[in-house]
Write a protein that binds this ligand. Structure first.
Ligand SMILES: [Zn+2]
Length: 295
């Protein structure tokens, strides 16, 4: 969406907010806004029935490019707080607008304390399919065990800051969630330890932190957020053959054409994954099992 349209829709939102007098919170519904569904998973695990978690980027939409509808921005403005995932495209584009329109709202950055992966600028032939976010920070922090634990810890701190009264309740939920994350980690360690081949292909580079954590190599089809050129596709097929890659991951919000072509050319299995799925641990285990050929 170009900037004029963005400004227009921001003005519409501001207007609607002032008309509906939504700058002040109403009723006793305690709303917390988050950007993506996995955040809602962690927040609901810790917050239980104390908060209503509102996800701005709906399932099936790309959080790199999504622009919110006015009614979503109204729901954001009714929120006590906003939990940012950190560096994702949607937040880069809209957080300033959200901050300006809701000066009282508390904003927490859940990526705080995470060892961020920065893309590199030095593309050198076959390797330019790795580490995709040239010169940028890879925002996909939630698709790793370390990332999930940091997000959970920061979510707990946010809830304690917002609602000290229920500290024991949140802490108990948090401890249970940390156990669940550890169990997921153990499952993933089991599945990835079985792998004879540690390279996988993926359309959009959503598993950079996962790959680093489990000592895997992620080769990306998408280049700088765009479809690859025929030459880049050819290069990727060669690299995949060199590495005897077995799996091509494709996310539901992206075009399957090139992934299907590469799978055919390299004899890889084509597996649909959804790193933006609500049920974080189920999806992570699906990814681990798929790599090991068990799904
Ligand atoms: Zn992404």
């Amino acid at each position: 969406m170009n900037s004029t349209v963005k400004i227009k829709s921001a003005i519409v939102v501001a207007l609607l907010l002032s008309l509906t007098g939504c700058n002040g919170r109403q009723g006793n519904e305690k709303i917390i806004s988050v950007t993506i569904e996995p955040q809602r998973y962690f927040a609901e695990r810790i917050g239980g029935d104390k908060f209503t978690i509102h996800t701005v980027v709906p399932a099936g939409q790309s959080p790199e490019t999504y622009d919110p509808a006015p009614q979503q921005m109204i729901r954001v403005s009714k929120s006590l707080a906003y939990l940012q995932i950190g560096y994702i495209g949607f937040e880069q584009a809209w957080m300033q607008n959200i901050r300006e329109n809701n000066p009282e709202m508390k904003i927490f950055d859940l990526s705080e304390g995470i060892e961020l992966i920065h893309g590199t600028d030095e593309a050198d032939g076959a390797d330019d399919h790795r580490d995709h976010h040239h010169a940028g920070i890879d925002p996909h922090i939630w698709s790793s065990i370390r990332g999930a634990k940091t997000i959970a810890r920061n979510t707990l701190s946010a809830f304690l800051a917002l609602d000290k009264e229920h500290t024991p309740y949140y802490r108990q939920n948090y401890n249970r969630l940390m156990e669940e994350i550890d169990e997921t980690g153990a499952e993933l360690a089991k599945w990835t330890s079985l792998l004879s081949n540690r390279t996988f292909i993926i359309y959009h580079p959503a598993l950079t932190y996962f790959a680093k954590e489990f000592n895997l190599t992620q080769l990306c089809i998408e280049m700088d957020g765009k479809e690859p050129s025929p030459a880049q596709l050819k290069g990727l097929v060669e690299t995949a053959k060199e590495h005897q890659t077995k799996v091509v991951f494709i996310q539901q919000e992206f075009d399957r054409k090139n992934a299907e072509l590469i799978a055919k050319e390299t004899g890889c299995r084509l597996v649909t994954i959804n790193p933006l799925a609500y049920n974080w641990s189920e999806e992570m285990i699906h990814i681990g099992k798929s790599l090991a050929g068990d799904e």
